[in-house]
Design a protein around this ligand. Structure first.
Ligand SMILES: *Cc1c(COP(=O)(O)O)cnc(C)c1O
Length: 463
């Protein structure tokens, strides 16, 4: 056997063992960070080691410190699993080790991105002329889209920001709903606009931007403006009222960006599509394939209607890169060298087909509703949000119970739900984002929550 054979064989074996364990292993890691530092912190020896031994050792050492994010009972944050076809395509992506920057270096990597992008624009019913950049995730996708926005609104005001820099340009303001994701603020900071450029517009009980408040803010100033809307709030799953919000923003000359990290996929589901009505009128959209579509990390998309604005922000020309006349992948993302992310996205879509994507989205939504109905039956428990998509937010009458339920469930290894606070209240967030989740997983999680809550309500001494 060659060195590749042995190393890849060891990896395949370890990967299979891990994947097979997902149904039964503790969902939360069993070892702490300090314990993992000790386990992995072996003395770096002087001499080389056989690749297959390194892989086997790594798999064994890392094991107790891994989260079972691929388990059907992982409902923390907003984390998808990995569908088999996408996972296997991702292995190939590493094996092929293509540099996805340039068409000439890897026609396969560039073409697969182009085709996957077309499929996605079609499935998500977004303007077919949009240009699409494959980035690490929604944070970089927000950044990428907002860079195109910054170019466009300053160009409209007569400033070439790419040439003269921000110091010579008028101050931009970025209007966001009070419950936007923090990655939008981060993108604004990366862009040099300054955190103070972000102005909050009030939002309702579900976290949706209030359109009247947006209209008032828009009327306050004629500064170049970007409006960031949201498809899928991380606690409630709520969607902004796109139609009136986009209309108001466009009337005021603003660029509209939609953060749809997980919520953009609602557009592909039959039962959830209505939530996104009007969103297609925006100027840019970001989403993650590593959440709802269940592609392995890292996989995000920056979608910009104006390919010219997108290119103006990122295009690179350099003598040694041998760029041609075809659009180059490096022209629409912040990086030059990068992973060929299109293969796994292509494989995920091909494996599901159109109907499979719709069924996946509808199923995640229906599991979330089942979870909410189950939790509502638990004594002293309350579901606080309108479960329109994949997010459920629950709390218990006693705030200490609310905070403790999640911790005990994590410790038990039965499931993962994560703690947060909403309008000053301790809550547990549940995000149904994993393709592998079954009704039995949902029911087992409700049962685990009910059991923990009952034990907390009746401490041992009082039983
Ligand atoms: C997850 C998420 C992000 C950030 O995405 P990353 O992939 O973690 O970079 C941004 N916005 C929303 C609404 C999200 O759910």
């Amino acid at each position: 056997m060659s060195q590749f054979d042995k190393a890849l064989g060891a990896a395949a074996q370890a990967a299979e063992t891990f994947a097979e364990s997902l149904g039964s292993r503790a969902v939360w890691p069993r070892a702490t960070y300090d314990e993992m530092l000790k386990r992995l912190g072996v003395v770096l020896q002087a001499d080389p080691m056989a690749p297959e031994d390194v892989v086997a050792e790594l798999a064994e050492l890392a094991e107790p410190g891994l989260s079972a994010t691929g388990s059907g009972r992982f409902f923390g944050y907003v984390i998808g699993g990995a569908q088999p076809a996408a996972l296997a395509a991702d292995w190939l992506t590493s094996t092929w080790d293509q540099n996805a920057a340039l068409v000439g270096v890897s026609p396969a990597a560039s073409a697969v991105e182009m085709v996957a992008a077309r499929w996605l624009l079609d499935l998500l019913d977004l303007p077919r002329e949009s240009s699409v950049g494959f980035v690490t995730g929604a944070t970089m996708a927000n950044f990428t889209c907002l860079a195109a926005a910054r170019h466009q609104i300053l160009a409209r005001a007569g400033f070439d920001v790419e040439r003269i820099g921000l110091a010579g340009c008028p101050q931009i303001r970025v209007l966001v709903g009070a419950d936007r994701h923090d990655s939008v603020d981060l993108a604004v900071r990366y862009l040099g606009l300054g955190a103070d450029a972000v102005q909050l517009v009030s939002s309702d009980d579900e976290g949706r931007i209030e359109v009247d408040a947006l209209r008032r803010k828009l009327a306050e100033s004629s500064a170049p403006t970007i409006v960031c809307l949201q498809a899928g709030e991380v606690h409630t799953g709520a969607f902004d009222p796109f139609e009136p919000a986009i209309q108001a923003a466009h009337q005021a000359g603003a660029w509209v960006h939609v953060d749809g990290a997980f919520g953009l996929w609602a557009r592909a589901g039959q039962t959830t599509r209505w939530l996104t009505a009007g969103l297609e009128a925006a100027d840019s959209w970001c989403t993650d394939c590593h959440k709802t579509l269940n592609v392995p990390y890292d996989s995000g998309l920056a979608i910009v209607r104006s390919s010219a604005a997108h290119h103006a922000a990122f295009a690179v020309r350099s003598d040694y890169l041998m760029t041609g006349s075809t659009p180059e992948p490096l022209d629409v993302v912040p990086e030059i060298s990068r992973r060929a992310r299109g293969f796994a996205v292509w494989a995920a879509l091909r494996a599901l087909g159109r109907r499979g994507v719709a069924e996946l989205v509808d199923r995640l939504h229906s599991h979330a509703r089942r979870m909410a109905a189950g939790i509502a039956q638990i004594e002293d428990a309350e579901v606080l949000n309108d479960v329109v998509f994949t997010q459920v937010m629950a709390s218990f009458a006693d705030p200490e119970v609310s905070a403790e339920v999640g911790r005990r469930i994590l410790a038990s290894g039965a499931a993962v739900v994560t703690a947060a606070s909403w309008r000053g209240r301790a809550v547990q967030r549940i995000s149904v984002s994993n393709w592998a989740t079954t009704e039995a997983d949902v029911d087992a999680t409700v049962e685990a929550m009910a059991g923990v809550a009952a034990r907390l309500a009746r401490p041992a001494g009082r039983l």
